[in-house]
Design a binder for this molecule. Structure first.
Ligand code: NI
Ligand code: MN
Length: 228
């Protein structure tokens, strides 16, 4: 089955199965790296990994306009419903899975923080393990390296999306170790080159992935759609 992926810069991803559009961590209007605005994006599902501004900023407007189902941890899902009038939300928590029209989704552990932009408690940060279109995808979210990534990836991962920007998340070196634990077929870098503090030489990163892991690095251009 066809599966398309578009990077809208930073940690914003659009997955398209042909039938469903799944938008992860929409942050484009104030994202200096993005080439689209929130009004250009449509989605059936909006997935949120954690409460930080650079992951939730455009979620409410898109979810409301598209009548999308917003999926996040319980605290964040409630926050969107109560404070941002997002009607269709699904709150879950770490380790939980759910079957959805596009496939199966599991909320995985991430080592990070999750305060919401207005100071509200944002629960625990997470990542997503998605099983759809005969593929298993792991969006790690904002996280440090942790050895349980091996456990999360048990059963095989086709595509892993990992942060490499450093400072707020793991950096390039730790991402190499993460790939050694996850052993995905393909690894895609995220959360870098949005602002100067998280600038990285992604070509250098890609060579290191080729040299030290069995995964194929796939560096996406912002705004460009690829088949995965
Ligand atoms: Ni964050
Ligand atoms: Mn972030």
């Amino acid at each position: 089955m066809e599966l398309k992926l578009t990077w809208h810069g930073h940690a914003t991803w659009l997955l398209e199965t042909g039938e469903h559009r799944i938008l992860i961590d929409p942050f484009v209007n104030e994202n200096p790296a993005a080439t689209v605005k929130a009004d250009d994006l449509t989605a059936d599902f909006v997935l949120i990994t954690h409460g930080h501004f650079d992951h939730v900023a455009d979620a409410a407007s898109i979810a409301r306009r598209c009548s999308a189902k917003l999926i996040a941890n319980f605290e964040i899902a409630s926050w969107f419903q109560q404070h941002h009038h997002v009607e269709d939300t699904l709150g879950m928590n770490l380790g939980g899975s759910v079957s959805l029209p596009f496939g199966r989704l599991k909320m995985t552990v991430a080592h990070h923080s999750s305060q919401l932009p207005d100071g509200s408690y944002g629960g625990n940060p997470g990542g997503f393990l998605l099983e759809l279109a005969d593929r298993r995808l792991y969006f790690a979210g904002d996280t440090a390296l942790f050895s349980d990534m091996r456990q999360i990836a048990a059963g095989g991962i086709d595509v892993a999306v990992l942060p490499i920007g450093d400072l707020f998340t793991m950096g390039p070196e730790d991402s190499i170790e993460a790939v050694q634990l996850i052993e995905p077929k393909v690894v895609i870098p995220a959360h870098y080159n949005t602002w100067p503090p998280i600038e990285q030489d992604v070509e250098l990163w890609a060579s290191a992935i080729r040299e030290h892991t069995g995964a194929e690095p796939m560096v996406l251009e912002v705004g460009k759609t690829v088949s995965i």
